[in-house]
Structure formats: structure tokens, C-alpha cells
Write a new protein. Structure first.
Length: 233
């Protein structure tokens, strides 16, 4: 009886193997979020600053989305995608809403997305270690005009981010080294602003530093400066 059961099960096993015999996803999709000048958008590493929403249209008009994380320089890469036709949209970031692009992904596909950041945040001077060993930085911000039909949000606040990790940002920083966020108004646009750490920096330590400024929008994500390295002897 057992032998008969085993014999009857063989076709089922073979069918199951045949159904599962699907090629693994092997297509690569990479690119960057850039501003109008082609510079990468400064973000946080991971999903906390912005994401790339991807919807595969090959099999359905109402697909479940998958989300791709972004790197600090606005770049992204995923090398485990099924080939197909995707609707791709940068979402939840410190930039004005973006119109999606439809991208055919097969093999190695590259595609950049131009976004308009709410703010441009730039260094006004190099970070310095003061006599009291506290870190001081100077920066300035400017706003970008809203696309037609959208409203430009007002600036909200700014923060100094310090970390011993290169992935410094609002998701990775030493909140004991700085004070609370500082409110900021539109009249400060284009002016040099100075902010300092609340405690002295440790000797023989390398710090990674950046400044973020937010606007009062739905997501309240930071627009950032580039990252500076500060070595304390």
C-alpha cells in the first residue's frame, strides 16, 4: 500500500517542481535623484529621507508597489528585479511632488530623476573647533520656486547633525552633542547662520558633520548640506 502511495505522489512532486521552475530576478535598476543642475540630492541613508516607489505594470494595472531605498548622495540601485514595465516615482522626500516615469527594466537599466528640492542648504564656511573644544558651523539656505499649481512651504527649523559614523543625518546622529532644533523664518533666507555643539568634542576622534533645514510640509524631511569630516587631535 505504501509503495502505491509513493508511486501516486511522484507526478505531484514533478508538477510542483515544474511550477516553481521560474528564473530568479536578475535585472538591475540604478540611477540618482538630481536637481536641475545635475547634482545629487543630499539625503539620509535608507528609507527615512525619501523612497522610490515602483509599480510593475507588466501583469496588472493596479499592482502592489515596492519601495527602493536611497543613498546619501541621492543614488539608488537594485540588482534583483524581474524584467518588466515599471511606473517609478520618487516619494516622501524634501522636494516638490514628482510626476512618475514609466521605465522598461531589462538587464542593466539606468534612469535619473530630476526633482526640485524645497531648499538648497550650503556651507558658508568650514567647520571649526573652538578654544572650548565645541564645534561651530556656518551655513545658509535658499528656497526654490514652486512648480505651477503648487504652493511653496515656509521654512520651519534647522539642526546640526554630528556623528562618528559617516552616515550622519536625522536617522544617525549623537543627540547629546547638540541642542534642540532651532526655529527659522523666511527672512533668514540667504543669510549666514552659525550653530554650535552643546558639548566639547572628544580628542582623537573623527566626526562627520552636516546641517539640515526643514520646511513645514506633510513629511517634514530635511534638506541637507554635504557632509564634512572634522578630525579632533
Amino acid at each position: 500500500m505504501k509503495n502505491l502511495i509513493y508511486i501516486l505522489m511522484i507526478p505531484l512532486v514533478l508538477c510542483a517542481c515544474k511550477i516553481d521552475d521560474v528564473d530568479a530576478p536578475d535585472s538591475t535598476f540604478e540611477g540618482r535623484l538630481v536637481d536641475a543642475g545635475g547634482a545629487g540630492i543630499q539625503l539620509e541613508q535608507g528609507a527615512s529621507s525619501a523612497r522610490l516607489k515602483m509599480e510593475e505594470l507588466s501583469w496588472s494595472n493596479t499592482p502592489l508597489p515596492l519601495f527602493l531605498n536611497l543613498k546619501q548622495d541621492g543614488s539608488f540601485i537594485n540588482n534583483k528585479l524581474f524584467p518588466g514595465n515599471y511606473k517609478v516615482t520618487p516619494v516622501e522626500g524634501p522636494f516638490y511632488p514628482v510626476v512618475e516615469k514609466v521605465v522598461d527594466i531589462k538587464g542593466a537599466t539606468k534612469q535619473d530623476f530630476t526633482v526640485i528640492p524645497y531648499l538648497n542648504v550650503e556651507w558658508a564656511a568650514e567647520p571649526v573647533i573652538n578654544a572650548d573644544k565645541k564645534l561651530s558651523v556656518s551655513f545658509k539656505f535658499t528656497s526654490n520656486a514652486a512648480p505651477e499649481g503648487l504652493t511653496k512651504p515656509n521654512p520651519l527649523d534647522y539642526q546640526l547633525f554630528i556623528s562618528t559614523n559617516q552616515y550622519v543625518g536625522n536617522n544617525n546622529w549623537d543627540n547629546t552633542a547638540v541642542g534642540a532644533v532651532a526655529p527659522v523664518t523666511v527672512d533668514k533666507e540667504g543669510q549666514n547662520i552659525t550653530i554650535s555643539s552643546s558639548v566639547p568634542m572628544k580628542y582623537s576622534t573623527t566626526y562627520y558633520v552636516r546641517v539640515g533645514v526643514r520646511v513645514n510640509d506633510t513629511y517634514k524631511k530635511y534638506n541637507y548640506t554635504t557632509i564634512k569630516t572634522v578630525m579632533v587631535p
